[in-house]
Design a protein around this ligand. Sequence first.
Ligand code: PMP
Length: 400
Amino acid sequence: MTEVAPFPDELRDWAAGLREQFPIITANPGSAYLDSAATAQKPRAVLDAATRYLTGENANAGRGTYTWANRTTARIDQARDRVRGFLADPDPARSGVDFVSGTTEGLRAVALDWLPGWLRDGDEIIVPYADHSANLVPWLDAVAVLARQGVRVTVHALPYDAAHDYDYARLATLITSRTRFIAATHVHHVYGGDMNVHRMRAAAGPDVVICLDAAQGAGHLPLSVTELDVDFVVFSGHKAMALPGTGVVWSRNRRGPRFAPGGWSGTPNTAGIVSLVAALDWLDAAGTDRIARWTVALAARLTDGLRGLDPYEMLGCQTSLAADSPVQQRHGIVTLRHRDIGSNDLGFILAGEGLMVRSDDHCQSPQGERTTSVRVSLHVYNTVDEVDRLLAVLTGLSSY
Ligand code: PMP
């Protein structure tokens, strides 16, 4: 039996104070936004920073001689340092920060602009077949591009264990002298588990390049590249409380060629980057460690409530969902199915109750779930009452 940790009541006032800072949340008291894994809501500080910039000194970057343009150029350079700080970068003089439109574009850029220069004929890579498609398709595309040039690369599937964590013991047995690259995910977007990537380097050995999809981790829990010896971190600003259309590729540039995305990049998303800086400031001030404690506790409350409800099936780790679990924690994501009500119908029923969840196949790669499911995803602005409201509606549907 899993021991359930006491709910962190000391965080209730703190979380309630942060919730007040989200205009869209306070303007809609009858609704509960439970879809933060799709996109996060924005605190007032982020909205104000973007408005201040757009109404104060909006200009293009790197292309002017006047103050607004120079200040915009400087802001974007400073934003790179802000990202380095957010990620606890130990070697900021060497690392790169490139702004892209989101995780999907960022992973594609690593796959198509960097990976082909690192791989040689006969090399092997290991990629996840049950994570988000954005973290599988580009690697397979890169291998296909290389194959057309006569460079053969073997692709292995990153193994999972029964709890949907990566199976690090089996991974170690897949590593050979030709293994050059592993793509991994920080927090799983369907199962919600922390994929324990701090264990990846020991399993992979010192020379393998590791690329981390941190779309569901950034802003949800501490993310330190001093602690995680990975080579790339890619995330989407919009899931980390910034405006949409802003993503980050952080590159350590210690193994393999320097990351330099190809092509002419054009005008950057200046207002988005301004909003990203404000979002990272906000998240650091709130404390990603506390945010993690709150969302893990809310998710544990939901899974504890669901566990006794017969018609529901929870996806992912079943045995170690409590907030104090040393094995695996759900970072605010709980995905479920009802035995008799289709997931799309369940999504509509919940929407009718003002509960905004996502119901579909969640863009999972081919080894993922075959049937649609309902994903509940929480952030720091969600409350115990919202979780209990959801549980009450689900309980009411249990004898359907
Ligand atoms: N990876 C993961 C784990 C995700 O959850 C998502 C978004 N659902 C993506 C990548 C793609 O992010 P974006 O749509 O912002 O590019």
